[in-house]
Design a protein around this ligand. Structure first.
Ligand code: VG1
Ligand code: CO
Length: 585
């Protein structure tokens, strides 16, 4: 167990973004690239007061190319840095929410995990020519806070060497079990435990939902479902839940065998990339109904590469993620996790997410928060009582427009949780199987009739030139004062600003979180640059219009004028040379 100290030098560009560090796989595989970053994280974690020799380090990933090799490297470096116990997902597979569950739920106090490396670039494509990624989660089960990632980045710019135990044996990660390696002089030993990937997470899900009611719904003659794991890590989890626990035939699962390149696909659950599922559900990529010959399932869902995202579809009906969040909040108390704790207490959404949930929060008198993009901001709110000794906001539901939904059962968004939450809500709305089925579409339309409808879309411009995209953002940032009060078409810009967030729990401040044009009628236009693009720049344009009367319009029609205004406000044509998005969600 003797560490070797290997000399290295800083590698430029190891700055973690919205969710860890993501780069081309080849770059990650280049000499010292992974090693430098892992050492930088471990040094930051130690500097933050963690003793690596107490508790456990969790390592797993979404199964993309290089996952298995990276795991072995991280084990060897962890040992050299003093880690005494590792939990590794079987076959190296752990979804992002499963890591969070494992950190929080597994083991006796003295073994509790202090952190985890998750090897994933989430919804970015995988394979030798595509992306790889790594993120670090802390002992609350959530993504490392900003200060830890800043310290990590600082370490990458000054690193001189890293520690590794090159002679530590390769671990057989395909077989659950324990490997114990003792030091030559017997003074210490290291335990590496390979764990069935779904164990902690599925046990937790069973404690949250009414599996009996969900099973009765799934068993109905007039109900059918299909769940597309897009060849990501969600496959084994969907099998454990729907086949092993809920006794459904394997045919409810789609693309559930993980592949290291996601079968050449783009494991991002939206109308564009989940096209196989979208067609089965009788929709086109704009979410419009298409002509179908056979029958369409009642319920469809999809997950991303690392299993933290969800898309929810009804029969020929697309539920926007923002609406999904609002509907789940409105119906939360039919889920045992919430009802048994005295009911849902607080909700949060990221700034670009539509205001649909705001209306429900107001109606139900729930605490409400608007945070910057990314899950790490929700964590502080969920931990306000136990870590920060403040007011308790749990039980808590939060979500993002980017197909992410979750609650305080873990500290990550959780794709399969959202799917089960919808099924639990559907089950509660259908207590009598002899009555006609209340569908996903029925529930959403009723919701709009109650609260009004927030028409919403997001345009992504991927692969833009970073210089042009930054110049575009800078210009809008410099013009916020001038734009405030201006009339654009039939709208008036009540406020133009750059979103700033002051964390109500620890007072930390996040600046420059997106340019907002808030119209006097409540409509919004928002621009951000993505923090997860592996290369180049991705511009995101978000558009929202609230309606209480016209509830049945096509989204593109409802947002037509605002979209034209948005394109002229940013002038992306001049800065980036195009105004045609690569994806619309
Ligand atoms: C995107 C989404 C954001 C999400 C993040 C991580 O970030 O917009 O809502 O939290 O991805 O999701 P950005 O900075 O590219 O807009 V995942 O599934 O990649 O862990
Ligand atoms: Co993801």
């Amino acid at each position: 167990l003797k560490p070797t100290v290997v000399a290295t030098a800083p590698i430029a560009g190891q700055k973690p973004g919205t969710s860890g560090l993501r780069k081309k796989t080849k770059e990650f595989m280049s000499e010292n690239y992974l090693n430098n970053f892992v050492q930088a994280v471990l040094d930051a974690v130690v500097a933050g007061g963690t003793n690596l020799s107490e508790g456990t380090l969790v390592v797993g990933g979404d199964g993309r190319y290089y996952n298995d090799k990276a795991i072995q490297t991280i084990i060897k470096m962890g040992v050299a840095n003093g880690v005494k116990r590792f939990w590794i997902g079987e076959n190296g597979l752990l979804s992002t929410p499963a890591v969070s569950a494992m950190i929080r739920e597994r083991g006796p106090v003295w073994q509790k995990a202090f952190g985890a490396f998750i090897l994933t670039a989430s919804h970015n494509p995988g394979g030798p020519e595509e992306d790889f990624g790594i993120k670090y989660n802390t002992q609350n089960g959530g993504p490392a806070p900003e200060y830890l990632m800043e310290a990590t980045y600082a370490n990458t710019t000054s690193i001189k060497n890293y520690k590794i135990c090159s002679d530590f044996p390769e671990i057989d990660i395909a077989t659950p079990g324990c490997t114990s390696v003792a030091a030559d002089d017997g003074s210490s030993s290291v335990v590496v435990e390979v764990i069935p990937s779904t164990e902690s997470h599925v046990a937790l899900l069973k404690s949250i939902f009414d599996f009996g009611a969900i099973k009765s719904l799934l068993d109905r003659e007039d109900f059918s479902m299909i769940y597309d794991s897009m060849h990501g890590v969600n496959g084994p989890f969907s099998k454990a839940v729907f086949v092993d626990e809920l006794s459904q035939p394997e045919s409810v699962l789609m693309n559930h065998i993980p592949k290291d390149d996601f079968n050449g696909g783009h494991a991002d659950p939206n109308l564009t990339y989940a096209k196989e599922l979208v067609a089965i559900m009788g929709l086109d990529k704009k979410g419009n109904k298409i002509d179908v010959s056979g029958s369409v399932p009642s319920f469809g869902a999809a997950a991303d590469g690392d299993g933290d995202r969800n898309m929810i579809l009804g029969s020929q009906f697309f539920v926007t993620p923002s609406d999904s969040l609002a509907v789940l909040v409105a119906n939360a108390n039919c889920i045992p996790f919430f009802s048994t704790q005295g009911g849902l207490k607080a909700v949060a959404r990221s700034m670009p997410t539509s205001g649909a949930v705001d209306l429900v929060a107001k109606d139900l008198n729930l605490d409400f928060f608007e945070t910057p993009t990314g899950w790490k901001f929700f964590g502080n709110l969920m931990d306000s009582k136990c870590i920060f000794k403040g007011k308790d906001y749990t039980p808590f539901i939060c979500g993002e427009e980017s197909f992410g939904t979750g609650s305080d059962h873990v500290r990550e968004k959780d794709g399969i949780w959202a799917v089960l939450a919808w099924l639990n809500v559907l089950a509660a709305q259908n207590p009598d199987s002899s009555k006609a089925l209340v569908t996903v579409e029925d529930i959403v339309r009723k919701h709009w009739a109650t609260y009004g409808r927030n028409y919403y879309c997001r345009w992504d411009f991927e692969g833009m030139d970073a210089v042009g995209a930054n110049a575009m953002m800078d210009k809008m940032r410099a013009s916020t004062a001038a734009n405030t009060g201006r009339t654009v078409g039939s709208y008036t810009i009540a406020t133009a600003d750059d979103f700033k967030y002051v964390d109500p729990v620890d007072g930390s401040v996040a600046q420059k979180q997106g340019i907002r044009f808030l119209m006097s009628d409540g409509s919004r236009i928002i621009f951000r640059l993505s923090g997860t693009a592996g290369s180049g720049a991705t511009v995101r344009m978000y558009i929202e219009q609230y309606e209480t009367e016209k509830l049945g319009l096509a989204v593109a029609d409802a947002l037509k004028e605002l979209t034209t205004i948005a394109l002229s406000l940013c002038d992306i044509k001049t800065f980036c040379g195009t105004e045609t998005p690569t994806v619309i969600t």
